[in-house]
Design a binder for this molecule. Structure first.
Ligand code: SAM
Length: 243
């Protein structure tokens, strides 16, 4: 695939301006470098089915960044992105929140290897990519109840995702879960999980991603109570028998 930097940056700037997101020349360069490395490595490792520049900008970069204007940006925060894949939304958000610390977690070693190389290429500080399953890491010191925010996109339905994400949050912390048009049904099915995990839906926000027809929603989940030690259940069980 032929790469055209001028066209890429032009489309990216148009999208960021439509989203009212401030950006620097350095961030544009970083996203271009991200795209080039992603596109090259994708041929070898099949990281994502979305590879055309225009699609990557809309469906990966802008869709990751669209939540920025819905965040409280005061103070430094710790973030965890669960099932980050090729870094969406975690690594993209890190580029726009450089002072915050980001952990990226995925059960696929090749994706984590890609993210380690990319973080090195972009010379990022305060970022750590780890290979593992959410159910296992959520029991570990330095992970459980350790994050201000957890993000996740396209990983599991809400009743499963809550068991993956809530145990990692500090009390009062918030999860930002990227969802599609089925979100209402997912909320209905997750009533039990919300209750058992001592969490509540703080907000549901309709997101407008420039150029994207698909409906996008952000679910903001707040952790109200300490998670009981038995959650999450062992790897594979949340998915097989959702709460
Ligand atoms: N978040 C990325 C995105 O939106 O492009 C990737 C989505 S991909 C469809 C789902 C990812 O979640 C995969 O990379 C998979 O390896 C990871 N995953 C699924 N279950 C997981 C678990 N229990 N713990 C950690 N990662 C998981």
């Amino acid at each position: 695939m032929k790469k055209n930097k001028v066209d890429f940056v032009d489309k990216l700037e148009t999208g960021l301006n439509q989203l009212d997101i401030y950006y620097s020349q350095q961030q544009l360069e970083q996203l271009w470098e991200y795209y080039c490395f992603f596109e090259t490595e994708n041929k070898k490792y099949n990281l994502s089915s979305i590879t055309k520049a225009e699609e990557v900008i809309k469906k990966h970069f802008l869709d990751s960044l669209v939540i920025l204007n819905h965040l409280d940006l005061t103070g430094k925060k710790s973030w965890l992105d669960i099932g980050t894949g090729a870094g969406f939304p975690g690594l993209v958000l890190k580029l726009f929140l450089p002072g915050d610390s980001f952990y990226l977690l995925d059960s696929s070693a090749k994706k984590i290897n890609f993210l380690k190389q990319l973080s090195y290429k972009l010379d990022l500080q305060g970022i750590r990519a780890t290979h593992g399953r959410a159910e296992d890491l959520a029991k570990a010191d330095g992970w459980r109840a350790s994050f201000d925010h957890v993000t996740s996109r396209a990983v599991a339905s809400l009743n499963i995702l809550l068991e993956y994400t809530v145990p990692f949050l500090k009390l009062g912390g918030t999860a930002f879960l990227y969802k599609g048009p089925e979100y209402k049904k997912e909320i209905e099915d997750a009533e039990n999980a919300l209750d058992i995990l001592g969490s509540q839906i703080k907000d549901t926000i309709k997101l407008d991603v420039p150029g994207l027809e698909a409906e996008r929603y952000l679910l903001v989940i707040e952790k109200m109570q300490k998670t009981a030690p038995k959650y999450p259940r062992r790897a594979g069980i949340p998915n097989k028998r959702p709460l």
